[in-house]
Design a protein around this ligand. Structure first.
Ligand SMILES: [Zn+2]
Length: 332
């Protein structure tokens, strides 16, 4: 059988023998198998009835809770292997025989209840490169958590509340896990909904008080408290209200926090580079572990990282068509 070919057209398409696989499509694409790596909305689509969807059962459950019915999904099919990508609960990488390894979004380090991306050798590697330039090397998670605890402690000393902001699925559960020793703790309704699914699957998250901005924004206590909230501009109506009425400090968590101007752009008081993606060095380590003949890069600094890989002696290029359709994601 001839080797696999990889192209991009509304999703990453892999042809191997007579079988076509489409990986993380944005809309329905004709294929024998459709792979959904995880339940972030930029990786979601509503499959047609005839699609055979490969995803973890956790991804299907989280997707459903977010309004996407993936239908009947499977974790097993001949020649396919799903591997923990460490990105968020249920996130998987996929290996198609020993030909193609696709990371989806992947993390290069274990943190809290999440592991790091597992790797296997493959001839072709298709990888996310969100943070594929050398400026993006993240500090140790333990050091970051310690720093944030120091910041919250000094806010508590002054009677000031703190809002911790990150994506409602993934980042917000890490924030709920790391900072749950603070009391009282409020969870924005979208965070609480995702926390509940995590708790049902054995993740030790402390219950807190649900915060519905439409109903509760004038009912919070005056004293110090911590809230875990989705990422939102400090200039948004709710955040501006929490600042004005309660004197809340806004803290944003994202890998982009290493970039210049991030904190200002978000209108946050502080920002920390806590990420669910590989940093630059972790991306390089991942390529070395898979040891591929060819690398295709997607997301973020795809062209820059492919260029660096070439300097290191790998054959690499960005999957341009897929990349351009994700330009909005890159700006987040
Ligand atoms: Zn993601």
């Amino acid at each position: 059988m001839a080797g696999a070919t990889v192209t991009a057209n509304g999703g990453i398409q892999v042809e191997l023998g007579r079988t076509r696989y489409v990986l993380d499509p944005h809309s329905h694409v004709r294929a024998d198998y459709t792979f959904v790596s995880h339940a972030h909305l930029d990786h979601m689509h509503s499959p047609s009835k005839s699609e055979r969807v490969v995803s973890s059962s956790l991804t299907a459950e989280l997707a459903k809770a977010r309004g996407y019915d993936l239908g009947t999904t499977t974790e097993e099919a001949e020649g396919l292997e799903l591997l923990d990508s460490g990105h968020i609960l249920g996130a998987r990488a996929i290996r198609i025989q020993d030909e193609v390894y696709y990371t989806g979004d992947a993390s290069g380090r274990a943190r809290a209840f999440l592991g790091k991306c597992k790797t296997r050798q493959a001839r072709i590697l298709v990888m996310e490169t969100t943070y594929g330039v050398p400026e993006y090397v993240f500090p140790s998670t333990a050091k970051l958590v310690k720093e944030v605890n120091g910041l919250i402690a000094s806010a508590y000393d002054r009677g000031v509340p703190v809002v911790l902001m990150g994506y409602p699925l993934g980042k917000a559960q890490l924030l709920s896990y790391f900072f749950s020793s603070w009391d009282p703790i409020f969870y924005h309704e979208s965070v609480e909904k995702m926390n509940r699914i995590h708790i049902e699957h054995g993740v030790a998250l402390k219950p807190g008080t649900r915060f519905d901005p439409a109903r509760d924004q004038d009912r919070l206590p005056k004293g110090p408290w911590v809230m875990v909230s989705p990422m939102s501009s400090g200039r948004s109506r709710v955040m501006a209200h929490l600042k004005k009425e309660y004197g809340a400090i806004l803290v944003a968590f994202s890998g982009w926090a290493l970039g210049k101007g991030y904190r200002y752009t978000m209108g946050a008081d502080y920002s920390f580079p806590l990420s669910d993606h590989c940093d630059y060095q972790e991306l390089v380590n991942l390529v070395q572990a898979v040891s591929p003949e060819m690398v295709y890069t997607v997301h973020g600094f795809a062209a820059e990282f492919a260029r660096d890989l070439k300097k290191m002696g790998f054959s690499a290029r960005p999957l341009a068509a897929y990349q351009s359709s994700l330009s909005d994601y890159v700006k987040v």
